[in-house]
Design a protein. Sequence first.
Length: 631
Amino acid sequence: MGKFRIRFEPDGGSATVEQGTTILEASRRAGVAMDAVCGGAGECGRCKVRPKGQFRSARSPLVSETEARAGVVLACKTTVEGDLTVEVLPRSKVGKHQILTKSVAEVPKRLTPWVTKKLIELPKATIEDNIADLERLLRTMGAPHMPVPLTALRALPEAVRKGGWKVTVTESSLDGRTEMCRVEPGDATDRLLGVAIDIGTTTIVVDLVDLLTGKVLCQASDYNKQMMRGEDVIARMMFAEEGGREELRFLVTETVNSAISTLLETGSSRAKSPIEREDIVAVSVAGNTIMAHLFLGLRTDNVRLEPYVPVAHRVRGLRGSDTALLVNPSAHVLLFPSRAGYVGGDVVADVLSSGMHRSDDLTLLVDVGTNGEVVLGRRDWLVSCSCSAGPAFEGGEVSSGMRAMEGAIDRIRINDDLSTSYHVLGEGKPLGICGSGLIDLIAEMFDHGIIDRKARVQSLGGRRTRTTDAGVEYVVEFKDRLGTDTSGDLVVTEADMQNLLRTKAAICGACSVLLRKTGESLENIRSIVIAGGFGHHLDIERAISIGMFPDVDRKKYRFIGNGALGGARVALLSGKRRREAGEIFEKMTYLELSVDNQFYDEFQSSLFIPHTDIERFPSAKKGPNGEAGKG
Ligand code: FES
């Protein structure tokens, strides 16, 4: 079988692959990140490319006539039959992402990391006192039984002599056991470092934290390289089941390690002496259950299938060496415990960041990312659920949708003549619409009568609404004003609207059902916490107006940004908060919505704008300008 060279444009990258390899696979081998929401199943239509050379392509209904005429094909449905130059279309690129790196978690007043450093002065060995280096050290420390890892033991003789019989010992006490983590020559007590890691399905963020001051020294983030193997957790689990588990473990580790490399470099350039991987002696990781499983190389098939059983909720005793992270191999790794298959350690970390578990006031926490998670509770109880909101607000399942990255419309208004005014991330020409833009759009289309309460697109005549074989669609922007010449007009279709409506209904339904099950009411809620990347760009007024979030006093809303990262960081710094994370995990009950009739009822009632029961949305009842709303 022949081998051929594939070159990717415009950003570069090439690979040599066998005949018959798909262009999507070739892009992965070339390290070219391409949008592939469905993982190459030919169902999402996101992997559009324009190849030149010899190839064989299956025609897909996801490629329009205009696109096909311009030579556009799906990368996952096109095989290499000769040397190729492949143009990756702008919307198919995994572009500069607006990764949410900010979090509002506090710096604890009293820093109590689980690692501490001690300067130990040893009596010099003599012929009368010639016990071994290790026993000498432990004898001096008064800790004869302290476990010592082999890495520290290997470093010991040189450290002792280089330091002139003075060494700095790093002790690590996590989960109630104190161990030696590291031995350094001389006095090295002025440096104690840890990393806090948020492993998201889409993005990964890592903070390098000074454990002596609580300060974040620097931060690095990137796409989770697993995205090459499917965008959502379901696609990843299926890939893992088909023999890809090890590859997924490798990809996520590689992403985290490349972020840590950046941190070592950036941190070193600002420090008195270079920062080495051995300097990172504490690691705190928060991620959803699937990400945590894949990070550890654990099976996920039982999480995917009913009754959705993870391998473990809580994993203790992890070391750097178990995870292949670019940190001290003996560093303890704290992995936030997962409550259920779809309520993971990231949600426990969100709760920890929000402080809702310490409050007497009833708080509702909503994290809308690739999946939607909702937690209701206060100091003495917490109930959580996952509402499989779907990827619509992350740009999936919506023809004009895209993630919040360069080229995405993140804010939009519809003018009286039905034309649009919008803001594009990166200030260039628009390529698509991200979640916050889509929420704006639903609200605006409803206000202008372009959709009815069931989100059905209305034909209003003119150029902006038009009827196609698939129903009526609204033109957000015409082709000549877009950033690509091949995608046709930017439109929202009947099917897009229904997907968006279902997503907002799932979130609204999840909030309502938690209130119903706990016998609480909206009036009792003192605070609504929005966590996650989505909340960052969100116009809360618009989200309420379409019935996605409760219609309560806007002052009750607060945003905590990347709660998972904030939680991971505070756990590095405070023993009290670490204990609280454990308590949150113990206390938080989980409600499985997929088999819950009440949720089904609430979901159905929410499939209207804003809701079947308009009384629940008094602001919407008044209408956008204070008049009665549209029926
Ligand atoms: Fe090609 Fe989804 S259609 S990756």
